[in-house]
Design a protein around this ligand. Structure first.
Ligand SMILES: NC(=O)c1ccc[n+]([C@@H]2O[C@H](COP(=O)([O-])OP(=O)(O)OC[C@H]3O[C@@H](n4cnc5c(N)ncnc54)[C@H](OP(=O)(O)O)[C@@H]3O)[C@@H](O)[C@H]2O)c1
Length: 340
């Protein structure tokens, strides 16, 4: 039994590899550059329980032959690799194509290999959240980000399109020979990074607070889940939960103002900017923010959105790390390695 983890150098992928190795599983970890220490050193240092093994191979999602070689001979696939950016000058090429073309290559490789028994695909709350929602609404896995466009919501488009590819392909496969399929839908992920590269995705939001890049925090709710819980949910989904299940993994939420206050209480020796920006200043700030786009800010600031993660609790047996603990436990590796 070999589990392929795509995007293994990434924040979530690294924790999935760690989780599998701690269980003594054989893991084939795909990375884009095996010679880059920031992509592979932390993986090489992971603890491996008895009978576990780690093979690190090079694979780019756009390279069909490399994707085929990565998946050949394995029983399980956890596909996390994607471009995790929300804005770009060329959103089609930089955000949508890696997810869409990459996921097409992954499902074609699974079909070609013919030996995959379990397939877990990392989707997102972004694949579920339509552009318009009302303040206080709770979303379930019934909805899709079907109204996402490359101009307005390229990341939502990328995640929803990739998930559709996976599900449409699965629906056409013979029921008795196709792999079991589950999609996992995290919200904003926090928790210990293993490499400085892990500060570029969801943790970029935290890093704007740590680096005091913006003079005021935004009046914005952040839905939070711990990276270790996200990894656990992926691994459990290999064998638990419904075939074709869609599982939201969300622990709770904090306002950005609460987040920075909590960080200040824990790390009083550091300087923090705890003032919360008024709405209109927030819109201007969003324009300069590296990880937030203005139309997204307009739809999210001052409003609250909730997620129903109870199916993951019931069917995958998940218990969530408290969001404030996840936030605070993100900090030690950053400070210890001087990644600020
Ligand atoms: N973090 C979150 O808050 C969050 C929330 C919901 C869903 N997700 C989803 O979770 C997954 C992992 O995200 P993450 O937070 O771990 O982000 P990440 O740290 O940026 O990891 C993304 C991984 O995908 C790889 N990748 C990107 N383009 C690739 C390509 N063309 N070929 C092969 N590999 C490629 C990256 O490789 P390099 O190291 O070479 O760049 C990296 O290993 C993504 O599918 C993302 O959409 C994340």
């Amino acid at each position: 039994m070999v589990t392929v983890v795509t995007g293994a150098s990434g924040y979530i992928g690294s924790h999935i590899v760690a989780n599998l190795l701690a269980r003594g599983q054989a893991v084939r970890a795909t990375v884009r550059d095996v010679s880059d220490p920031e992509r592979v050193n932390h993986l090489k240092n992971l603890k491996i329980a008895d009978e576990g093994s780690l093979e690190i191979i090079e694979m780019d999602l756009f390279d069909e032959a490399a994707v085929n070689a990565a998946i050949e001979g394995c029983t399980d696939v956890i596909h996390t690799a994607a471009s995790v950016i929300v804005r770009s000058k060329n959103p089609q090429k930089k955000i949508v194509d890696p997810s869409v073309i990459g996921t097409k290559n992954v499902v074609a490789a699974i079909e070609r290999a013919g030996c995959v028994e379990r397939f877990v695909h990392t989707s997102s709350t972004a694949a579920i959240r339509p552009m318009n929602w009302y303040d206080g609404q709770t979303l379930t896995t019934e909805t899709w980000a079907d109204d996402a466009t490359v101009e307005e919501n390229p990341y939502g488009l990328a995640k929803a399109s990739a998930e559709r590819i996976v599900r449409d392909w699965h629906a056409t496969q013979p029921v008795d020979s196709r792999p079991r399929l589950v999609t996992i839908h995290p919200c904003m992920v926090f928790g210990p990074p293993m490499s400085p590269r892990h500060l570029r995705g969801s943790l970029a939001l935290l890093m704007t607070m740590v680096r005091r890049d913006i003079p005021l925090v935004l009046p914005m709710q952040v839905s939070i889940v711990d990276v270790r819980d996200v990894a656990e949910a992926h691994v459990r989904a290999l064998t638990q939960g419904e075939d074709e299940g869609r599982y939201l993994v969300v622990a709770g939420d904090m306002m950005m103002g609460e987040m920075v206050k909590s960080l200040k209480k824990k790390y009083p020796e550091r300087k923090w900017r705890t003032g919360v920006a008024p709405y209109w200043i927030s819109l201007v700030a969003a324009f300069f923010h590296p990880k937030i786009d203005v139309s997204w800010a307009r739809r999210h600031l001052k409003k609250k959105l909730f997620w129903d993660a109870s199916p993951a609790e019931r069917e995958l047996g998940m218990n969530w790390t408290n969001p404030e603990s996840s936030l605070l436990e993100t900090m030690p590796p950053i400070l210890e390695h001087d990644w600020v």
